[in-house]
Design a protein around this ligand. Structure first.
Ligand code: PGA
Length: 254
């Protein structure tokens, strides 16, 4: 049986109420009009900035479009200025949270250990953690791509709270994010095969977890990427900000 593909849009720090409502309504109307075709072939997840969640949640509630957060703090509440907890995101209507995105790892110095704590917080609330990993161009050039991803996975997974349905791994080579340069079929299949084997050996609960590819996914390349072996969905940044383009990516999964 083929697995349900996850089509996730990461809006990053983009979106004001008007454009975000318009974008969400367009995506929702596409998804509703393709409900039959979508069936259990694809799930759609939108990860807007947290400020937009209360506005967007009433629009997508009880629909096949789900909401996710882009990051969370390991603690439930407390004196952590600027942070947001998994409980708050869940309360605002999220079903998933992205953790360990390379922009957080690089821009905020997040370690694998912190990512694991964040993922455990996501699990604590019953949501799904989308845990991101991926090598830099320099690591790949040195032949360290697999080693990097293996050590990120080994240390970013919260061992005590994992099971296949609450954890998604997103492989996002840093050099492919926002660069317009997509990893080749060989790059993706080799890495996803490697991740699958590693999970089977070291994290048997995640043997069948969904593996996403992210990095310059767009309407024109989504169909091809979704057909690669061990690719169970895509995590889309730039192209998720354009509803027409994002709908093409959803359509590619049908
Ligand atoms: P991109 O971003 O699609 O703009 O390359 C992907 C991501 O950062 O998740």
């Amino acid at each position: 049986m083929t697995k349900t593909k996850l089509i996730a849009g990461n809006w990053k720090m983009n979106g004001m109420p008007d454009d975000s409502v318009r974008r969400t309504e367009q995506i929702l109307s596409f998804v509703k009009s393709h409900k039959q075709a979508l069936g259990d072939k694809a799930t759609v997840l939108l990860c807007p900035p947290a400020t937009l969640l209360p506005l967007l949640h009433p629009l997508v509630k009880n629909s096949p479009v789900f909401l996710g957060g882009q990051d969370c703090h390991p603690q439930t509440s407390g004196a952590f200025t600027g942070d947001i907890s998994a409980e708050m995101l869940k309360n605002a209507g999220c079903s998933s949270v992205i953790v360990g995105h390379s922009e957080r790892r690089a821009g905020h110095g997040e370690s694998d250990e912190l990512v694991a704590q964040k993922a455990a917080a996501v699990h604590r609330t019953g949501m799904t953690a989308v845990i991101c990993v991926g090598e830099t161009a320099e690591q790949r050039a040195k032949g360290l791509a697999e080693k990097t991803v293996r050590s990120q996975i080994a240390a970013s997974l919260p061992v005590d709270t994992l099971y296949a349905d609450n954890t998604v791994i997103a492989y996002e080579p840093v050099w492919a994010i926002g660069s317009g340069e997509t990893a080749t079929r060989e790059d993706v299949e080799t890495m996803h095969g490697f991740i699958r084997d590693f999970l089977r050996k070291k994290f048997p609960a995640l043997s069948e977890a969904q593996l996403l590819y992210g990095g310059s996914v767009k309407g024109a390349n989504a169909k091809q990427i979704l057909e690669y072996e061990n690719v169970d969905g895509v995590l889309v940044g730039g192209a998720s900000l354009n509803a027409t383009e994002f709908c093409k990516i959803i359509e590619a999964a049908l």
